[in-house]
Write a protein that binds this ligand. Structure first.
Ligand code: XMP
Length: 509
């Protein structure tokens, strides 16, 4: 195992992820982790992350100096490299010129960390301080015109440092550098796989829960499904999963979730389905404002969940399918609120439990998917496109009614079916039908109609922060349009949304 000591940088989990991609298990811990604890964990190597501070300032985060004498190889990155230099009596100062972004770095041929890296290589820099002088004993292994020590190492002591960020994609040979560290320096065997993560998580959860009672809010989405199945494997009948059907799911989705996770499915989840459609429709009646709708749905979800939890009585642990990007997003909190996102499964206030278990907290979405496959969850569930917590509530513009839910469910089912049939779903980040609140005149069978327009959307995106509208084949759009106007009562027009994000968002509300 490799331990990443977190000094507050932005890319800390990315370092862990890159190490895991080398098939070496890796965990991120705060820089305050004690030396005793480190010894107990017996890592093959330690990585110090970047961070926003200046090492020479009194209040800056530091580790204990003895860490350098433990005989465990250490790689310092950015702030981590400056910390290593500073604590071992080198000189760190404000650089005369800051370096940000892609920077060409000159590399020495005989460096262990930079072995087989090109002599001039593009690296991602982001620093205002720099190592002015390497401590005695270190060899300088890389530099740039403005950074005299972009890399340094002391092979005999197993100490390595780089000013740039090898974990970031823009560092073109970063993966090579990290694998040099984990394999050549730390001698990791590289036999860790997602199945070991799943197995060890199950063992840890089992130990933690003991004979306690566990409650999980299951939405049927990838994250909560993977968390629930993992918990079921760990604690069996001590787990209860509550699935709230808010009546805003896609066509047949509630039944599909129940078929997989309910009593007839392969898992023993103690599955409780709550059909709360009427409660949600009642609260949403006549409400048009998007933010108010979102808040009502989020709030009502929690209330329904609490009511159900009260029937179960006291539980010891509450499970959440939080994944790493959720952790970063909730940590930022500085940007303007575009929409109040909520994940069904948010924290209930009045449920009595002593601890939260978040088994996927360290993983990125694609890693969660791998864990899901390891746990035997069917591929079609593991690779589902994201579905927002407020569901169709944000795909129906204006007030929600059961009739509008029916229209959008049917149109969406046709759209998804035809996209799959035409095999054009690969590479699409998300695609769905939404109900515009617009009615327009049409003629069907010589009769005048005055019906709704459905909007189809398909976007290309990997991070869902920005997106482009996908160019779907005209034929496919034609087939979908024909089927929707013929088969879905109440629709006489189909529109395709060509807008990217920004300026639009992916969902309509
Ligand atoms: P927007 O519409 O903001 O959506 O461009 C970006 C991504 O987030 C999903 N989304 C949500 N997911 N709770 C969620 O769990 C929400 O309240 C929510 N709103 C939007 C959306 O489907 C897209 O993938």
């Amino acid at each position: 195992m490799i331990i990443v000591l977190d000094f507050g940088g932005q890319y800390n989990q990315l370092i862990a992820r890159r190490v895991r991609e080398c098939n070496v298990y890796c965990e991120v811990h705060p820089y305050t982790l004690s030396l005793e604890k480190i010894k107990e964990m017996n890592p093959k190597g330690i990585i110090f992350t970047g961070g926003p501070n200046s090492v020479y300032k009194e209040e800056s985060p530091r580790c204990e100096k003895e860490i350098f004498d433990m005989g465990i190889p250490i790689l310092g990155i950015c702030y981590g490299s400056q910390l290593m230099a500073y604590m071992l009596d080198g000189k760190v100062a404000t650089a005369p010129v800051s370096e940000y972004g892609k920077t060409e770095v000159d590399v020495k041929a005989d460096s262990k960390i930079l072995e087989k890296v090109s002599s001039k290589t593009v690296c991602w820099m982001s620093h205002t301080d720099y190592i002015e002088e390497a401590p005695e004993g270190f060899r300088i292994t890389a530099h740039t015109p403005v950074c005299p020590v972009a890399g340094m190492e002391w092979e005999e002591r197993g100490l390595y440092a780089v000013q740039f960020h090898p974990e970031v994609m823009h560092t073109q040979e970063g993966v090579k550098m990290l694998s040099n560290f984990v394999y050549n320096v730390c001698k990791c065997s590289g036999d860790w796989k997602m199945d070991s993560f799943v197995e060890s998580s199950i063992a840890t959860i089992r130990e933690k829960v003991g004979d306690g009672k566990v409650l999980c809010a299951l939405s049927g989405g990838v994250d909560s499904s993977v968390a629930a199945v993992m918990l079921a494997k760990a604690v069996g009948k001590q787990l209860t999963c509550v699935f709230v059907d808010h009546g805003l799911l896609r066509k047949n989705e509630g039944d599909e979730v129940e078929a997989v996770f309910g009593p007839a499915g392969p898992y023993d989840l103690n599955f409780i389905r709550v059909n709360a459609q009427d409660r949600f429709y009642g609260k949403l009646a006549g409400v048009e404002d998007p933010e108010t709708k979102r808040k009502i749905i989020g709030e009502e979800f929690i209330r329904v969940f609490e009511d159900e939890a009260k029937k179960i009585g006291k539980v010891d642990f509450f499970v959440q399918g939080t994944i790493y990007p959720d952790v970063i997003e909730s940590g930022l909190g500085k940007s303007a609120v575009i929409k109040s996102h909520h994940n069904v499964g948010g924290l209930p206030e009045h449920v009595d439990f002593k601890e939260i278990i978040e088994p996927l907290r360290l993983l990125f979405k694609d890693e969660v998917r791998k864990a899901g496959l390891e746990l035997g969850i069917p591929e079609y569930l593991v690779y589902r496109q994201p579905f927002p917590g407020p569901g169709l509530g944000v795909r129906i513009i204006g007030a929600v009614t059961p009739e509008k839910v029916r229209i959008v469910q049917e149109a969406d089912a046709i759209y998804r079916e035809e996209i799959a049939k035409a095999g054009v779903d690969k590479g699409l980040g998300q695609y769905f039908a939404a109900l515009t609140n617009m009615r327009s005149v049409g003629c069907m069978g010589d009769e005048r109609t005055y019906d709704y327009a459905i909007a189809l959307r398909a976007v290309l995106t990997s991070d869902f922060m920005t997106a482009e509208s996908a160019e779907l084949p005209w034929e496919v759009l034609g087939t979908v349009t024909r089927r929707i106007v013929n088969e879905v009562k109440g629709v006489n027009r189909v529109l395709y949304d060509c807008t990217g994000k920004p300026p639009a968002t992916i969902e309509f509300e």
